[in-house]
Design a protein around this ligand. Structure first.
Ligand code: DC
Length: 232
């Protein structure tokens, strides 16, 4: 049975959930503990958004967007603060976190051609197993056969508060505004036609509203060890 989880003996772990639930921090830590590769798929959608904004390509311009996304080489490399993101060799790690990108990314993530190209890249990254991938559609669409699927969530007010605490002191955005933006992003991600944010039927739900990051990480590592043992 060991071959079921691939030649490496590893499994793939899909972590989906809404913005601000702690997915990327948790996924990175789980990957570190297991010696797995972490793949932040949101960063890939952000990289496409930044590239489109620079070239003034609109989210509904299918033709231009198709040419653009196919021309991008997106690399995710381990960096000092998690993962560094490169587009055609340029480091865009901080550029993709701007509020301009954050406020527009849901529109670009709703494009069928963008999702098709990025999903293909993501599947390739997970080919050899031993990957912890976070996003919105990993368990449902990108890696439907992932051995472990987690749906990580938290209340919108708790997620806004977490984002608020991470903001630089000179940022003037209010907590109410952040919560409103988070609710709007949830709405767009849940209601889009292609690969909306929904829980896979076989995903384990973890609500992190009242859990520390380390508690969530421990819970996922424990579940992954069970899956690994079952597969052997
Ligand atoms: O996780 P994040 O905030 O960096 O994600 C950025 C956006 O990309 C978010 O609006 C949802 C979208 N996204 C997606 O549609 N599918 C994924 N697999 C990952 C992110």
């Amino acid at each position: 049975m060991a071959q079921q989880e691939g030649d490496s003996g590893n499994i793939n772990i899909a972590i989906d959930g809404p913005a601000g639930a702690g997915k990327s921090t948790v996924a990175r830590k789980v990957a570190d503990k297991l010696g797995y590769v972490y793949v932040d798929t949101g960063a890939m959608y952000r990289a496409v958004t930044l590239s489109a904004q620079r070239l003034a390509v609109a989210a509904d311009d299918h033709h231009a967007l198709s040419a653009l996304v196919k021309s991008l080489k997106i690399d995710l490399l381990p960096g000092e603060q998690g993962q560094s993101v490169y587009v055609n060799g340029e480091d865009v790690t901080s550029g993709i976190r701007s509020r301009e990108v954050t406020s527009q990314v849901s529109y670009f993530a709703a494009s069928g051609i963008v999702r098709e190209v990025l999903s293909k890249m993501q599947r390739k990254l997970a080919d050899r197993k031993g990957v912890v991938m976070d996003g919105r559609d990993i368990g449902t669409h990108v890696l439907p056969k992932a051995e472990l699927k987690i749906f990580l969530t938290a209340s919108a007010s708790e997620r806004a508060l977490r984002r608020f605490k991470e903001l630089p002191a000179n940022d003037s955005v209010s907590l109410e505004q952040l919560e409103q933006e988070i609710r709007e992003r949830d709405r767009l991600d849940e209601q889009r036609e292609i690969s909306p944010l929904i829980k896979a039927s076989d995903a384990k739900v973890l609500d992190s509203s009242h859990m520390t990051i380390d508690e969530v990480v421990e819970a996922i590592v424990k579940l992954s060890r069970t899956k690994l043992a079952e597969a052997k």
